[in-house]
Ligand binder design. Structure first.
Ligand code: UDP
Length: 142
């Protein structure tokens, strides 16, 4: 197993549900450490840039509208196989397909409002972490 970092976002619908603590608790219970965190309200420019890969897709405007509808909590998670582990804990992108007990099964409101984001590969994680934490992330003390 390799120690990795991944970028996680608690999306506006889950923040509005007062579920930040519940969601972070799931990461911690699974052995992932929060090594950086910030709360912010994304601008249209930030949300469009973060999801640039989806520009032109039918759901893009709804996604950007949703991601800018309220504050988000952005964190870097560190641990063994953090990228895959985070995606397991989140569940499938479409909450209709998310396994019981996953974040999306428990906190999503729709395909778009699916409660959480997690990087899909270590290479993407590096880019996404730099997007939100350009100043870098301190090493974790053990
Ligand atoms: N999304 C959507 N409709 C779709 C596909 C995706 O609204 O048909 C939204 C959903 O919020 C998803 C985000 O766009 O989390 C990014 O999609 P991606 O395929 O990258 O899924 P993820 O990596 O978030 O699981």
């Amino acid at each position: 197993m390799t120690t990795e970092r991944t970028l996680s976002i608690i999306k506006p619908n889950a923040v509005a549900k007062n579920a930040i603590g519940a969601i972070l608790g799931r990461f911690e219970a699974a052995g992932l450490h929060v090594v950086a965190a910030r709360m912010l309200h994304l601008s249209r420019e930030q949300a469009s840039a973060f999801y640039a890969i989806h520009q032109g897709k039918p759901f893009f405007e709804e996604l950007v509208g949703f991601m800018t509808s309220g504050p988000v909590m952005v964190q870097v998670l560190e641990g063994d196989d953090a990228v895959a582990k985070n995606r397991d804990i989140m569940g499938a992108t479409n909450p209709a397909n998310a396994a019981p007990g996953t974040i999306r099964a428990d906190f999503a409101d729709s395909f778009t409002e699916n409660a959480a984001h997690g990087s899909d590969a270590p290479e993407t994680a590096e880019i996404e972490i730099a997007f939100f934490f350009p100043e870098g992330v301190c090493p974790r003390t053990r």
